[in-house]
Design a protein around this ligand. Sequence first.
Ligand code: HAM
Length: 423
Amino acid sequence: MNKKFSVPRGTSDILPDAIPLWEALESQARKICKSYGYREIRTPVYEDINLFKRSLGQTSDVVNKQLLELASSKEDEGYALRPEGTAAVVRSYLENSFDGKERLSKFFYLGPMFRGERPQKGRLRQFHQIGVEAIGPSSTSPFLDAEIIVLAMHLLKEMGVVKPFLKINSLGSKEDKANISSWLREEFTAHKNDLCEDCQSRFERNVFRVLDCKKENCRKIVSLVVKNLPLSAESRDYFDKVQSTLKSVGIVFEVSPHLVRGLDYYTHTVFEITAEGGLGSQDAVGAGGRYNGLVHEIGGNEKVDYGAIGFALGMERILLASGQATLVAAGLGVFVIAMKEEYQPQAFLLLQQLRQAGISADMSFTGGSMKSQMGKADKANARFALILGDDEIKNQTVALKDMQASTQESVSIIEVVDLLKKR
Ligand code: HAM
């Protein structure tokens, strides 16, 4: 027997019934992002693997365990499917010299991302993100941090996410991060042997990640040891301004000193948004933060003081959290019905005239009884049925049936398209 193929593990087909939902999300995202002055950018779905290694950090899970590499014929060339969008947007920002053209570049993107994770509900190997990045020389302003967070919350609210919950934190400047790292090591030393095996290795490689551990015992130690991250006065002041700006526009949040995020490029403000709605353990619908150092890391002019901040929302999780996965798809405009096979050429002509006029229309090419064709019109959720029977062909009319009101009228075949255009 021939092998049956199935969709790769951790990926899914988005079937026609779900497409209207995706289209709605995408068009809402585009409209809202544009209203904040962000412009769409589309980068390839794969990039040089070293771009990700250098950007996301050698100690991050995404680089260590989840990069999906493409087989390459040349040894010095390695590519990986993109696990996220930020690194590629910064690569494109520099490659296209946006820094020479404008002080602040505001981008958004929509598209599939790929991570070799162990699949579970809300955690896929191919998933889709709506992402936003604001990058520019001297663009470090608490108002921009606030704008980014407000935009993320605005998108989630508009997309019907139930009770989005915002947590924020600050990791401070690059120098602060180095100090905090030494401080954390000191604080955790006494507890090192009680940490889980993963955290013991995190302690050595990237101690920040210990704050992120989900294991009960590590969480206990973390809450005992870390009440606040020791930030410099300047970074503390910056973070205070971000918070007061958020409050001034009515954004509710919780400051969480243990929020560090899994990617290494963050400095200063970091945030995560979780939601209810049956997401289970994978309840983060979006996350982001500032990454001022990344632009230099991947080749930005050393003399320029770049600022950058962004976020990404997971589209599958938004659909789960908004309960929209079951929404009824929008229907067809007109279903054309030929009562006899010999009327099909005229029905097909009418069908094309309707489509040319911008009215969505369909018909059954296999014909069948009136009942079965009306059944198909119902299934297609058609607004009108146009029926061509003996009388109609004789009189060059059509029977126009309003499927909602269940009323029917006779209309001249020449005039019907114009008439429907107005309805
Ligand atoms: P991230 O936290 O890795 O951040 O991903 C952002 C969001 O993408 C998550 O909150 C989640 O909703 C969704 N997501 C991530 N992994 C999966 C998965 N395996 N299956 C389903 N959904 C997933 C980033 O990607 C950063 N690039 C965000 C950013 C932009 N920071 C600054 N600019």
